[in-house]
Design a protein around this ligand. Structure first.
Ligand SMILES: C[S@@+](CC[C@H](N)C(=O)[O-])C[C@H]1O[C@@H](n2cnc3c(N)ncnc32)[C@H](O)[C@@H]1O
Length: 184
């Protein structure tokens, strides 16, 4: 296992993500970063993996693995090709003005019975929210934008999708999960 993957898995509940991935899925990983899910490609019986991230340097184009430096904004029309979509810690990196429209577009583009595994850092607790904000400022020189979970719930309820919502804190990282299935 790469050291960066090892460190990443120490600070977020990776197992919560992998346990939701249905076998033989065609996965879209939005903002894939180091694509660490690929290390479990065989174990998870993944059918195909597509990672998109504007920061990706090593593009890959193989039979069932594709990694490219596209943004989610450029990829919206492809969403309905995937059974399982991952969006892990990406939303807070997006500009405030586009967060809601993008989230709505993702939800309305999902194909029937597909799954969105969404995780972001929560701002429900002011202290932990500040710690995460400071982490990104010092580590990435970026001011992050929290996207409110009330807003997410409103959008999901209006779209008639089914979802579960929960939190899990690891150190000062307060993780918020939405596991969303489009049953329409
Ligand atoms: C905190 S990293 C998370 C990486 C990975 N999902 C993980 O869990 O390890 C956030 C990633 O989102 C990517 N990102 C930022 N804006 C994006 C956009 N508009 N479309 C797709 N990815 C984006 C960044 O380049 C960055 O790699």
């Amino acid at each position: 296992m790469k050291i960066i993957t090892h460190l990443r898995k120490l600070i977020y509940p990776y197992e919560d993500v992998v346990k939701e991935i249905p076998p033989y899925s065609n996965i879209l990983d939005i903002g894939c970063g180091n694509s660490h899910i690929l290390e479990d490609f065989t174990k998870l019986k993944i059918n195909s993996y597509t990672g998109i991230d504007p920061k990706v340097k090593n593009k890959i184009e193989e039979k069932n693995i594709s990694i490219s430096n596209k943004t989610i904004e450029e990829f919206i029309e492809e969403i309905d090709k995937f059974d399982c979509i991952l969006m892990i810690d990406v939303m807070h990196h997006l500009q405030k003005e586009i967060q809601e429209i993008l989230f709505r577009n993702i939800i309305s583009s999902m194909k029937k019975n597909s799954l969105l595994i969404y995780k972001d850092i929560s701002n429900r607790n002011k202290f932990f929210a500040f710690m995460n904000w400071a982490h990104d400022l010092l580590y990435n020189f970026q001011k992050i934008n929290y996207f409110s979970s009330d807003n997410i719930k409103l959008i999901l309820n209006n779209n008639g999708v089914v979802y579960k919502h929960y939190f899990k804190r690891v150190f000062w990282y307060d993780h918020e999960f939405f596991i969303i299935r489009n049953t329409k």
